[in-house]
Design a protein around this ligand. Structure first.
Ligand code: CMX
Length: 143
């Protein structure tokens, strides 16, 4: 067996769902399902507007593209609305990214980037993860 991550994954942080309109999707997640709306953010580096909802310990992140030529814009165009990624929370995103790269997985960024609400993020390409885009996320100051 190969050695696992030295800093294990803590939990699923959130599930990202690509939608055409956060306003419309909020009717389902907040008003009908009754999930607490935790807040919105604009992540220009990723070309998305996002909204978070609390579902127990895990969050649901709605993603609306700022332009068709963004990762989520291309996803909607090719695959339509639906689950876009699963985010795994780690306490050491740099070590996790290095470890996964060394395992031969396609980690998208050389260094973690800024995500929603000031978190650090990186991604593993879905071609290497059985078709599910995996996000790594770390809260700042957590290590
Ligand atoms: N989940 C599963 N498969 C996906 C996918 C996703 N989210 N996005 C693309 N794919 C698939 C495509 O359908 C395509 O499959 P086929 O080869 O079978 O057609 C394949 O991956 C390659 O697609 P592509 O045309 O190269 O797609 P893109 O150019 O859009 O790039 C990716 C794909 C993963 C590199 C790009 O989406 C990316 O950089 N993602 C990371 C950043 C991101 O997603 N940001 C938004 C979220 C930000 C946040 O959470 O704050």
């Amino acid at each position: 067996m190969r050695p696992p991550l030295t800093t294990p994954v803590r939990q699923i942080d959130h599930i990202g769902i690509a939608v055409r309109s956060i306003e419309q999707a909020t009717v389902l997640f907040r008003d009908i399902l009754g999930l607490e709306h935790l807040g919105d953010d604009l992540v220009e580096d990723q070309g998305v507007k996002v909204a978070f909802f609390k579902a127990g310990e895990v969050k649901i992140e709605l993603l609306e593209p700022l332009s068709p030529d963004s990762p989520v814009g291309r996803f909607l165009d090719k695959r339509g609305q639906g689950v876009h990624h699963v985010a795994l929370r780690t306490d050491d995103i740099e070590a996790a990214s290095a470890h996964l790269s060394a395992e031969g997985l396609k980690v998208l960024y050389d260094a973690p980037r800024d995500g929603a609400h000031g978190k650090l993020i990186n991604f593993i390409h879905p071609a290497d993860t059985f078709g599910v885009l995996l996000e790594l996320t770390q809260r700042r100051g957590e290590r």
